[in-house]
Design a protein around this ligand. Structure first.
Ligand SMILES: [Zn+2]
Length: 57
């Protein structure tokens, strides 16, 4: 699964290019910043609030 950022987290520009050969690293051609995206894990659904669920009528 490839995570692709659509906007630079620093300046909000959309001109993002892959940075180097490392997966998940991107560089912004607008503000000249390089950053990386890291997958931290799956949220545990048991921690979701019960109010999120809706029962069908
Ligand atoms: Zn930027």
């Amino acid at each position: 699964m490839r995570a692709t950022p659509f906007h630079c987290p620093f300046c909000g520009d959309e001109d993002l290019r892959p940075h180097g050969e490392t997966h998940g690293q991107w560089e912004c051609r607008s503000c000249q910043r390089a950053f990386s995206l890291k997958f931290l894990g799956i949220l545990n659904p048991t921690h979701a609030t019960p109010s999120e669920r809706r029962t069908a009528p």
